[in-house]
Design a protein around this ligand. Sequence first.
Ligand code: B12
Ligand code: SF4
Length: 628
Amino acid sequence: MSNEKAPRVLLTSVIRPFGGPGEGDSVGAELFHAQVTRAQGPFSLRQVIRVWAIDYLAENIQAPAVTLHYPSRRELIRELSTGNYTHVGINFVVATFHKVREMVPLIRHYAPDAKIILGGYGTVLPDDVLAGWGDAICREEGIGFLRRLLGEPTDAPVRAPHAPIPSVQVLSYQLPSVVGHVTAGLGCSNGCDFCCTSHFFKQKYVPYLKSGREIYEALLQTRSRARADGQEMNGFIVIDEDFFLHQRRAREFLDCVREGGESFGLMGFGSVRGLSQFTAREVAEMGFDLIWNAFEGAESGYRKQQGKSLPDLYRDLKSVGTATLTSMIIGFPYQDEQTVWSEFEKLMELEPGLTQCLIYFAFPGTPFHAQVIGEDRYLEKFRTAPDLRRWDGFTMHFKHPHFDDPAAVERLQRAIYREDFRRLGPSTLRLGRVWLTGYENLKNDKNPLLAARAERLRQDVRGILPVIRATTAFGPSREARARAEALRRDIIRLTGEPTTRERAMEAAAPAMYLVSRAGRALNLMQQPGLLRTEHRTGSATASQHTRHTMRLQGGVYTGPARTLFEDLADSGRRILARVLPDPHAGSRGFESVTTRGGELPYSLPVMPVEAPAPECAASCATRPAAQP
Ligand code: B12
Ligand code: SF4
C-alpha cells in the first residue's frame, strides 16, 4: 500500500456512548462495573480501561500518531477533519463491529484519502463480513504488521508505552492516583476450546517482555514517568494471559522484586496450573494483590485447572493478602440448572473478592466455534442473522440439552450475580477482608518485603472504612451487613481507631451512596471520556501521557456541563430508538459467521515478513511470508 504523503496515523477505539439500543449492557469501557460488580449497584467499582493495543502501536511506530480512547462521534469527526491523516486504525471486538460500521463512513467522508486499518479481536470475523469496511485487516501481532504496512523497519525492539488508567472509583469517590500497565505477552498456550486470544495466536505465547527483569523495569519506568508528571501510581495491571505459567520468567521477576526490596501492588491473570508452581508467599512477594483466576465449571476439564485444589490455593493466597477475581462459565453441555447452582455453592465457599459469570459462547477461529457449527447447535436466530452485538458472554447462542429456553440461561446468569452480591456483599469489603488477613499474618514477618507488604495492605484497608459505613446502611442483605460490621470491628482492633478525617469520610458515605445511585438511575455521568494523546507530533509533550488520564472516567473530569448535555442527548436518542427500526437487528449477510467454521483467515494485505523482528512479530505472524 503506497501513500505519497508522509504517514500520519490516527489510532482509535470505537466511539462512545456505550449501552445503546440493542447493545449488551456489559459492552463498555469498564471491566468491573460492566462484567463483574454489575449487580452491586452504587457499590460497583468504576474504572475505565483504555485500549492498550493502540498505545502499544503508537509507541512502536516512527510516524507521528494520535490515539483516541473513546471519542464521541463529534470528537472523531473533529479529529478526522483537522488531522490530515494518511491512515486510520480502529481497534474493535466482535461485539463492537456495528460501531466500526458507523465510523467507517465518517472516515471515508472526513478523511477520504486515509487508508482504514482494522485490528483487534473483531478481526476474527470472516473476510466477507469485514470486506468493504477497511483497506487492511490485522489478524496477528499488530506492531510488526503496522510497521510493515507503513514501510518502517521491523527490527526495532518493542517498547512498553506509558499508558496508565485511573484508580478505581467507588461511591463516586475517585482515588486520586493512577494504575500503571504493562503487557508482558499476548496469546496463551493453554488452548481452552472457547478462548479467542489463545487461538488468535495459534495457541502460541507471544512474549513482549522475555525476562523477569524487563517486566520489572517496565513497571518502574511507567511509575517514574507518572511521578515526573506529579501523579502517584499506586498499582499495576500486568496483561499476560497466564503470568505464572512462565515459571522461569516469573521467578526472575521475583528475584528482581526481592533485590529492589519494595512491595508492589499488582493485578494479573493466573491459572491454577501456573499458580501451583509457586508458594503463596512467593506470589505475595512478587506483589500480587489481585489475581484473575478461572473456576469455569467443576467438570469443564481444562488443562489450566490442574494443580493445587482450589480451596487450598485460595486459602493460601488469602493468608498473604492476595484476593481473586474468579470467573465461572455456565452453559456447558453437562450443566443443568441444579448443577450450576451446586457449582455456584462451591464458588461461594471460596469467597472470591470478585466474581465473573459468563455464558459459554464461541468466537470464530476457536475449536468450540467449529464444533457448534458441525453439530448445528446455533439457535436459528443466530444462524440466519447473527446479531454480533451480543457476542459478549451475556447471551445464550446455542441449543442446550438441559435448557429449552435460552433466556433461562441468561436469567440464571443474572441470578448468580445477584446472589453473589446478596451473600458476600460489596467486593470492596471482600477485598478488604483479604487484605486485612494479609496484614495480620505478615505484619511481623521476618521477610522485610512481606512486612512492607503488610504495611501497604494496612493502608489500603483503612481506605475502605467509608464503604463499610455505606454497607451497614444500604447493604443488600442482613448477612452482608453483618459481614461489614464484623470487618469494621476487626479493622479497628488490628489497625486502630478511625482518625477525624476517616470519621468525616465515613459520615459522608451514605450521601455518596445516594449520589451514585441517582447518577445511575438517571443515566448521568456513566460514560467514559475522551483521552487524546499525541505521539511525535510537533505539539506532543511527555507529560500529557499522565496528566489527562482521569479524563477516561468521564463525568466531572471531561467537563460536567458538556457531559450533562451529551448524556441528555443520548437519553433522547434512546427514547427515539424505541420507535425507530433497529438498523443492526438481525444482520442478514453475516450468516458466514455462524455457518462456516475453520481456521482464522489471513491478515490483509498479505505482506512479506522480510526481517524477523521484533521477535514477537516474527514468532506470531500468523502465516509465512507471501502466503495468500
Ligand atoms: C483489557 C481488555 C478489555 C478492556 C479494554 C478494552 C480493549 N478493547 O482493550 C475492557 C474491560 C473495557 C474490555 C471490555 C470488553 N471486552 Co475485553 N479484553 C481485554 C483483554 C483482557 C486485554 C486486551 C489488551 O489490552 N491486550 C494487550 C494489547 C497490547 O494487546 P491486544 O489488545 O491483543 O492488541 C494487539 C493485537 O491484537 C493488535 N491490534 C489490536 N488492535 C489493533 C488495531 C490496529 C489498527 C492494528 C493494526 C492492530 C491491532 O495489535 C496489538 C499489539 O500487538 C482481552 C484479552 C486479552 N488477553 O487480550 C479481552 C478481550 C479483547 N475482550 C473481549 C470482549 C468480548 C470484551 C467485551 C465485549 C466483554 C463484554 N462482555 O462486554 C467488552 C467490549 C468492550 C469494548 N468497548 O470494546 C474479547 C474479544 C473477543 C472478540 N473476538 O470479540 C477478549 C479477547 C477476551 C476473550 N478472550 O474473549 N476488555
Ligand atoms: S487459560 Fe485463559 S487465556 Fe489461556 S487459553 Fe484458557 S481461557 Fe484462554
